[in-house]
Design a protein around this ligand. Structure first.
Ligand code: URA
Length: 274
């Protein structure tokens, strides 16, 4: 007689093993390699090692003044030093692709570097790649990206004239919120992109971009729509506007009007009308 499959036990085992999302419609209960459709682009299978398992668990502990905190600081310092060597976006992209100091890289399919014009007047900054971006390797190409394209078109901005990037170049497993350590390690990559482009404007999409780049304690809902500043270097300061992330708008369409008014502010300022 066939062995009875206990669904709860199977699911519990998956959770224990670090599975955080399903990738396909059909359930495959025999996970022998021959039985898995490895040709499907949406299925990424990796052996689960203890290290990999740890990387699924977001850090909730404050590591201040511990050897671990010192190790994270060191990695972030290395990232900063590495970035300062890049004199072009191409060089920086190469360095980020080779960087092994962030645990998120282990579970990501691709490094998602920024995309767009080096001459962009405005740089848009999201949080981290989602599943589509991770699979394709470019920022904002999934559902959020489609909405972002529409938002830009509504204020007569062509996506190709902007530069679009994220705080993190690697997708956190299951789209979980990035930890403070992951943000600190990856932030030099974002800051160097901004230094190389020297845009007049930054549009921060969501609370993680806001909190990572600027020292603001207020929430995104209190900060959105207000002009802020970011010092790119000693000579140049960018005008900064924060607004809600497109993924939040997909979940809460009633907030679209607020983002629309933020975008109009950006458009006016870019046209010297405000
Ligand atoms: N959400 C983000 O913050 N960035 C992306 O690239 C896609 C979705």
């Amino acid at each position: 007689m066939d062995k009875q499959i206990n669904i709860k036990e199977t699911l519990d085992w998956y959770i224990w093993a670090g599975v955080v999302e399903t990738c396909a419609d059909e359930v495959c209960l025999n996970h022998s390699p021959e039985n898995l459709n490895l040709s499907s682009p949406s299925i990424q299978i990796q052996p689960i090692t203890p290290d990999l398992q740890k990387s699924y668990i977001p850090s909730t502990i404050s590591h201040t003044n511990t050897p671990l905190a010192a190790a994270f600081d060191n990695i972030a310092k290395n990232a900063r030093e590495l970035c300062s060597k890049a004199t072009s976006l191409e060089e920086l992209k190469e360095l980020v692709q080779q960087f092994d100091g962030c645990n998120l890289k282990k579970t990501a399919a691709n490094t998602v570097f920024g995309d767009g014009s080096i001459q962009a007047r405005v740089v848009l900054i999201g949080e981290a790649p989602g599943a589509d971006e991770d699979r394709i390797g470019s920022p904002f190409v999934g559902k959020c990206g489609k909405l972002l394209d529409k938002m830009l078109a509504a204020i007569n901005i062509n996506r190709a004239d902007c530069y679009i990037t994220n705080v993190l170049p690697w997708r956190p497993p299951g789209n979980r919120t990035p930890t403070d350590e992951e943000i600190a390690i990856c932030l030099p990559f974002l800051k160097r992109q901004i230094e190389l482009i020297k845009p007049d404007f930054l549009l921060l999409l969501g609370g993680i971009a806001l909190k990572s780049l600027l020292d603001v304690s207020d929430s995104i809902s209190r900060t959105r729509g207000k002009w802020l500043e970011y010092a790119i270097n000693e000579q140049k300061t960018a005008k900064v506007l924060a607004t809600y992330h497109p993924s939040y708008l997909l979940r809460s369409p009633s907030q679209k009007a607020k983002v629309w008014s933020d975008l109009l502010r950006l458009q006016k300022k870019m046209n010297n009308e405000e």
